[in-house]
Write a protein that binds this ligand. Structure first.
Ligand code: HEC
Length: 188
């Protein structure tokens, strides 16, 4: 890449060329998202196992009262808040089951069959201080009902600081819709 660039724009570009290269490089860095890395994926897996053990997800999950919510989380939702310990750190864990996929889906239909319309499970877990001090140290993740991580359109796994610095995504929307701690429901 760099070599081809030098050939096309010879050294005569001088300072301006240097600046363009610097911008191009920082652009390349920005394409590696600050989430979805191997550590995030492994951490999300551990969280999922814990959630299964605690019957927050999976077969025989604890049932809570479904309610009508807003996009992007699905028309009908269930939310549970608890604490969990991961690698010796204990933090607040909020699990949201997102139901959808049918026009006019009702609370009653989800109540009658809690898995039929289950589309995704979105999770916020309060990590250790300093994990993401800009955004209240939340770890964000979006799972399919079978526990595999969802991906964004660019193929990045939705786990970790999702999508820190971007105009849209978990952090951006919760920053505007949520309270001081980026939680939406508890601030209503
Ligand atoms: C466009 C806005 C938006 C985006 C993007 C978004 N959320 Fe939410 N989230 C909400 C709203 C609004 C609520 C409150 C419930 C409702 O009204 O649907 C909520 C609620 C939640 C809750 C329950 C706790 C609370 O804050 O009330 C969790 C957990 C959650 N979201 C996780 C996530 C995760 C993980 C992502 C990213 C994969 C995400 N959210 C992306 C708007 C958003």
């Amino acid at each position: 890449m760099t070599i081809r660039w030098k050939r096309t724009f010879p050294l005569a570009l001088g300072a301006a060329g240097g600046l363009a290269l610097a911008l191009a490089l920082s652009g390349a860095n920005a394409q590696t998202p600050p989430f979805g890395g191997d550590d995030d994926v492994a951490y999300a897996k551990t969280l999922w196992q814990l959630m299964e053990q605690a019957h927050l997800v999976g077969d025989g999950a604890i049932r809570v009262r479904p309610f009508a919510g807003n996009e992007p989380h699905g028309t009908i939702q269930e939310v549970l808040a608890t604490t969990a310990s991961v690698n010796g750190h204990t933090g607040r864990l909020i699990v949201k089951r997102n139901h959808g996929g049918k026009d006019g889906l009702s609370v009653g239909e989800v109540y009658d069959d809690p898995t039929k319309y289950l589309a995704a499970i979105t999770v916020m877990f309060k990590r250790e201080a300093g994990y993401d001090a800009d955004n209240r140290d939340w770890f964000w993740a979006k799972f399919s009902p079978d526990g595999t991580l969802d991906k964004n359109p660019k193929g990045a796994m939705l786990a970790g600081r999702v999508a820190k610095g971007a105009d849209a995504g978990c952090i951006a929307c919760h920053t505007s819709a949520g309270g001081e701690d980026l939680e939406v429901l508890t601030t209503r």
